[in-house]
Design a protein around this ligand. Structure first.
Ligand SMILES: Cc1ncc(COP(=O)(O)O)c(C=O)c1O
Length: 405
């Protein structure tokens, strides 16, 4: 019995692989601080849980339209119209079990299998983009993000990658894994290119409520862009609802096609959870704002502590809950091959992080090494985790770290 090449070649999200590793080590009794998974450590706000309970009691337990319950779509349309300053109608919205499935649906809706259709995506980036482009039989075209550009891309690098086969560009701001933000000027240039070369933009805006220094800007808000933008967002990150599996997209033209993919796969999103998401986007926002304030404080703490480590430089991320320090000098000084070896060494010493290679292959000519830490964890964990890292890496004010294998 054979397994298909498509399945054997399927990528993965290493956060889940390392999470399984971390949980196995924890079961063996190993004391670990984990900075691996992009999941808020808060509980879902009470008003959202109550809305779900009410929905269950009101019998919201059957199939729904594949695009989602109309009143929930209407609430999301209103939320998007206000936050993106565009006119989103309920019919433009499709709900699914998380924002993740829409990556595959959007690629399937805009490219054909095996004919050379190209999708450009950020590298490093959320690993499911590349994995799903390949699984859908399209051609992955990685777009390098650079520390020099605060983890945005050079517009010429994008221009060089556009061809007459480009069907879609994926952007993600605020960005996983770097915490980078695409500035409005960059969005304008991207918009001009999308119009000129007539391609779709998949705007992964799952972290849009977690932008610290500036108001979040969506490419869909730029003139003439909503029609060619698939806005993707969801409840997971800003409302501590990762396990509820609630996400949505909006696009006037593609919505019915995306809904047909939902019919073919999930049938519809979880009925009662849709009501929880309706409460999340249209109910009081205080709990979500408190979470973001807490992420902001943790961001400042973790970046300060990372920058005290010898051979580590960390930019202040503008959004999401990830720090992406450059560890090139630390890797060299410790005589390690790369950031992945550093990750393994840190794991042995009680700290779980991810390495840059978990977010895409190195871009040609890239010599810098990075690791990713999710700071969606308590300040106490951040302080203890960074203390452990200091024993391995050393601090800028001491000569070398003490290695404790
Ligand atoms: C960039 C990005 N997009 C999409 C998702 C998917 O989120 P969900 O399926 O939980 O809505 C994630 C989750 O980590 C993410 O980091």
């Amino acid at each position: 019995m054979d397994v298909s090449k498509r399945t054997l070649g399927l990528g993965t999200e290493n956060a889940f692989v390392v999470l399984a590793e971390v949980n196995a080590l924890k079961r063996e009794g190993k004391d670990l601080i984990s900075f691996c998974i992009g999941q808020p450590d808060f509980d879902t706000p009470q008003n959202i849980k109550d809305a779900a309970k009410k929905a269950i009691d009101a019998g919201k337990t059957g199939y729904t339209d594949s695009a989602g319950v109309f009143e929930v779509r209407a609430a999301i349309a209103k939320h998007l119209s206000v936050t993106r300053k565009i006119d989103v109608k309920p019919e433009h919205v499709v709900i699914a079990n998380g924002a993740k499935p829409f990556i595959a649906y959007a690629i399937a809706c805009t490219t054909d299998y095996g004919v050379g259709d190209e999708v450009i995506y950020p590298n490093p980036g959320f690993p499911i983009y590349e994995s799903q482009i390949i699984a859908s039989g399209a051609v992955p075209v990685p777009l390098p993000l650079t520390e020099k550009k605060k983890f945005s891309f050079e517009i010429d690098e994008l221009k060089n990658r556009i061809s007459n086969r480009t069907k879609m560009l994926i952007i993600n701001t605020p960005h996983n894994p770097t915490g980078g933000i695409l500035e409005e000027d960059d969005l304008r240039e991207v918009a001009a290119l999308a119009k000129k070369h007539d391609f779709w933009v998949y705007a992964d805006e799952i972290y849009c409520r977690i932008a610290y220094d500036k108001e979040f800007k969506s490419i869909a808000s730029l003139p003439g862009m909503y029609e060619r933008t698939i806005i993707s967002d969801g409840a997971s990150k800003a409302y501590a609802m990762t396990g509820w599996r609630m996400g949505y997209i909006a696009n006037q033209f593609l919505a019915p096609y995306v809904a047909r993919w939902v019919t073919n796969t999930e049938s519809c999103a979880n009925h009662m959870a849709q009501y929880a998401m309706m409460e999340a986007v249209s109910g009081p926002q205080d709990e979500s704002k408190k979470m973001v304030q807490s992420f902001r404080e943790r961001r400042e703490l973790i970046v300060k502590l990372l920058n005290e480590l010898d051979g580590v430089k960390c930019l202040m991320p503008g959004g999401a809950f990830y720090a992406y320090p450059n560890v090139t000098d630390a890797v060299k000084r410790l005589g390690l091959k790369d950031s992945e070896e550093l990750r393994k060494l840190l794991l042995k010493n009680g700290v779980a992080v991810l390495a840059d290679i978990h977010f895409g292959k190195r871009n040609p000519g890239e010599t810098e090494q990075y690791i990713r830490l999710s700071y969606a964890t308590s300040k106490d964990n951040i302080i203890e985790g960074l203390r452990r890292m200091k024993t391995v890496i050393g601090s800028k004010d001491t000569e070398t770290g003490t290695l404790s294998f």
